[in-house]
Design a protein around this ligand. Structure first.
Ligand SMILES: [Zn+2]
Length: 269
């Protein structure tokens, strides 16, 4: 599933092709994927100029010239494809935007968990999302506040989009390793130095991943190089890059979780 760095990469790639373009057509043969409905989305976006393309958590956000917004969540297997002749006939097309320059942007999604939502109230539509971890206001003090007021294990807490927006399974595991923290550690037991390390680890791993255009593990998200820089995620049985101990896979709240059992001990500094 694409996480913050992958969604940020997609946003940066499609921004120059979308901003300033007028939406000439919208079609979807996938009623469940469009909120509130395909007809409502079409009625409200066709004829509008794309003013800006940005990201909020794992959502791609298209801001239209009349103040409306289109939120696109890729979920498990969603991806954008441009239909410009070179890529044959993409599979699993669920929705298509026609632009005034003749280009067509396709939303392809094999597993159909993706969502396209039109809203006139962006703040309301994203009210449940926690802070953006790369924004300036996301300080170590703010993270400390979020951790102390919840008595939860670190891994499920960091995955919770209402606590921090944008982290998923890959970057949660990577941040916890870089901070030297075990994923089952309870959030209200962290010492100030550990909170500062976790804060630093979250931000640095996300920045590194964006510089590497995200992580490519399968055909769903192509073009990233971050998989070469991962320390624990997907490396079960391989030696830790710091101490050579074999990386171990655990299940934490139904999620596959990767740790170095030596570098990430429970209840230790
Ligand atoms: Zn290690």
């Amino acid at each position: 599933m694409p996480e913050l760095p992958e969604v940020e990469t997609i946003v940066r790639q499609c921004r120059p092709r979308l901003v300033g373009r007028r939406i000439a057509a919208f079609n979807s043969a996938w009623p469940r994927g469009c909120r509130p409905s395909v007809a409502h989305v079409r009625r409200n976006i066709v004829g509008r100029l794309v003013h800006a393309v940005s990201r909020r958590g794992k959502f791609i956000v298209l801001e239209l010239d009349d103040g409306g917004h289109l939120l696109i969540h890729l979920r498990m297997s969603g991806r954008f494809e441009w239909l410009d002749g070179g890529n044959g006939r993409p599979r699993h097309v669920r929705a298509a935007w026609g632009l005034d320059d003749g280009n067509r942007l396709l939303f392809c999604d094999a597993r159909k968990f993706g969502r396209i939502t039109y809203t006139r109230d962006l703040a309301g539509a994203t009210a449940d999302l926690g802070p953006e971890p790369l924004e300036r206001c996301f300080t170590a003090a703010r993270l400390g506040h979020l951790l102390r007021h919840r008595r939860r294990q670190l891994k499920p807490l960091l995955l919770d989009q209402t606590v921090i927006a944008g982290l998923g399974n890959i970057y949660t595991d990577e941040a916890l390793f870089r901070a030297g923290l075990h994923p089952l550690t309870r959030s209200d037991t962290l010492r100030p130095a550990q909170i500062r390390r976790l804060h630093q680890a979250i931000r640095s791993v996300l920045r590194l991943a964006i510089r590497n255009h995200g992580t490519t593990l399968d055909w769903i998200y192509p073009g990233g190089w971050m998989q070469r820089r991962l320390m624990v995620y997907g490396r079960t049985g391989e030696p830790c890059r710091r101490c050579r101990t074999a990386i171990v896979a655990l299940r934490v709240g139904q999620r596959g979780t990767h740790i170095c059992p030596k570098c990430q001990r429970r209840g230790e500094e």
